[in-house]
Design a protein around this ligand. Structure first.
Ligand SMILES: Cc1cc2nc3c(=O)[nH]c(=O)nc-3n(C[C@H](O)[C@H](O)[C@H](O)COP(=O)(O)OP(=O)(O)OC[C@H]3O[C@@H](n4cnc5c(N)ncnc54)[C@H](O)[C@@H]3O)c2cc1C
Length: 418
């Protein structure tokens, strides 16, 4: 049977598409998901960000960090075209909790435990790939800087010789750098975190690695040891446990940088969650809108991403959605045939229309035509194919994917109404 004949069809296999497929299958529907290739989800750092600190997590030194919900409310006030603003329910703590808990439980069942999410707390501490301290709404359990008290912590940061994309920059909170020469120089001269992760999935290699790190940290009195994000694709928890037992310190990985190993882990766990849930998956296929329109009457969730996923592109001088050729909007206006250089700004936090480019949707996540009418009652969009927000500057990439994906799947299954 063709995937096009499934009760619910999801186009796109990133975080948004998988969340949609899982929530629809949970409602007892027969779901198929078509995925051309890994998208932005597989490159992400491992942190799930819901909303940014109103003054920037890195810059702010408040007495009290705001809660995730307060950050989201500030984002919605400043950005009325944001998907969270359109979906009233995305502002409700209970709904956020429900959507995140659903997705994080599925990831844990797929072998990748994550930190608990609670919109009423500020999120947990993590260390970025450049060594900065920041908050995340959730992240893979191995990234959580547990029991962290800035006044008492004594941080050791492990740097691996020849690891490209490992921890760079000065260590957080005046910590100490520990240089570790592993793997030995007879291996390739430079390795990416993903290559090291694959090596560490072998038990013998990880045992040697733990011994070398323990020897380098011995007698230094560290309360916390931060490692580059290289601790295996599949054996992360075991390696971390061995390190904690041997060093008697809280150990964690930094978030992913380039060639993100946490992104690869997330991709694997999403695949396993789909398998466990019984979603029919077809990978390596690029769905064409004409084919879908010709063959289908039932609900469709479009979760094809943006420029990295391939859901939005510039074709023949115009910005367009690539599967159905829908018009592109930045939350304020349609972008039509404006040249790309007119859509970006010179300052990092300035209004880059280009990075807010996507579909315009209503509160039921239905893409709208230029006359503001939904294109179809059972055609929904989820994740970064929706416009009106910048996943990076607005610090909400995976947050939007989780909330809109979860909601789109439930809407497609007929479980939610406005
Ligand atoms: C380097 C980097 C770091 C990031 N770090 C963070 C972070 O720290 N925190 C955070 O919250 N967010 C982060 N993000 C943002 C976040 O990863 C994205 O916003 C989110 O993953 C988008 O998910 P998505 O499912 O909408 O799109 P994608 O993950 O891009 O998935 C789109 C999917 O659609 C498929 N597709 C497209 N067209 C078709 C077609 N015609 N037929 C079939 N399939 C198709 C693609 O192959 C892909 O599988 C980061 C992103 C990047 C690139």
């Amino acid at each position: 049977m063709s995937v096009l004949d499934a009760e619910i069809l999801v186009i796109g296999g990133g975080m948004a598409g998988v969340a949609a497929a899982l929530s629809a299958v949970e409602a007892g529907r027969r779901v198929a998901l078509v995925k051309r290739a890994p998208g932005a989800t597989s490159m992400s750092t491992g942190a799930f960000d819901l909303a940014p600190h109103p003054r920037g997590w890195h810059l702010a030194k408040p007495d009290r960090d705001p809660t995730q919900l307060e950050c989201l409310e500030a984002l919605v006030r400043a950005s009325p075209g944001h998907p969270y603003a359109l979906i009233g329910r995305a502002n409700e703590a209970e709904y956020l909790q429900e959507a995140f808990s659903f997705v994080l439980e599925k990831l844990e069942a797929g072998g990748l435990p994550h930190a608990n999410f609670d919109p009423r707390d500020p999120g947990h501490h993590a260390v970025t790939s450049t060594g900065r301290l920041r908050r995340a709404a959730s992240s893979q359990a191995s990234h959580v800087l547990r029991d962290f008290n800035p006044d008492r912590a004594r941080i050791g940061v492990v740097r691996l010789a020849r690891c490209l994309g490992g921890l760079t920059g000065p260590p957080p909170m005046g910590g100490n750098v520990i240089e570790v020469d592993w793997p030995s120089s007879k291996n390739a001269p430079f390795l990416l975190p993903a290559d090291i992760g694959k090596l560490l999935d072998e038990e013998g290699e990880s045992r040697r690695f733990v011994e070398i790190v323990v020897a380098a940290c011995k007698g230094r009195g560290f309360s916390h040891i931060v490692l580059p994000p290289v601790l295996g694709v599949f054996r992360t928890r075991e390696i971390l446990n061995e390190l904690e037992e041997a060093t008697r310190a809280v150990c964690c990985e930094a978030l992913g940088g380039e060639a993100s190993l946490p992104g690869i882990r997330l991709e694997n766990a999403l695949r396993r969650s789909l398998e466990r849930a019984g979603v029919t998956v077809e990978t390596g296929r690029t769905l064409d809108g004409a084919e879908v329109l010709e063959r289908r009457g039932g609900p469709v969730v479009l979760a094809s991403g943006r420029f990295i996923g391939g859901g939005v592109a510039r074709r023949q001088g115009s910005m367009t959605e690539t599967v159905f050729g829908l018009p592109i909007h930045d939350g304020e206006s349609y972008l039509d045939d404006q040249p790309a250089e007119m859509l970006s700004c010179r300052s990092y936090r300035g209004p880059h229309s280009l990075f807010r480019a996507g579909l315009r949707v209503d509160d039921l996540l239905r893409p709208l035509d230029m006359g503001n009418r939904p294109l179809h009652e059972t055609f929904f969009a989820a994740g970064s194919v929706i416009g009106g927000y910048d996943p990076h500057v607005d610090g909400c990439g995976l947050g939007v994917a989780v909330v809109t994906g979860y909601r789109a799947g439930r809407l497609a299954a007929g479980l939610e109404a406005s």
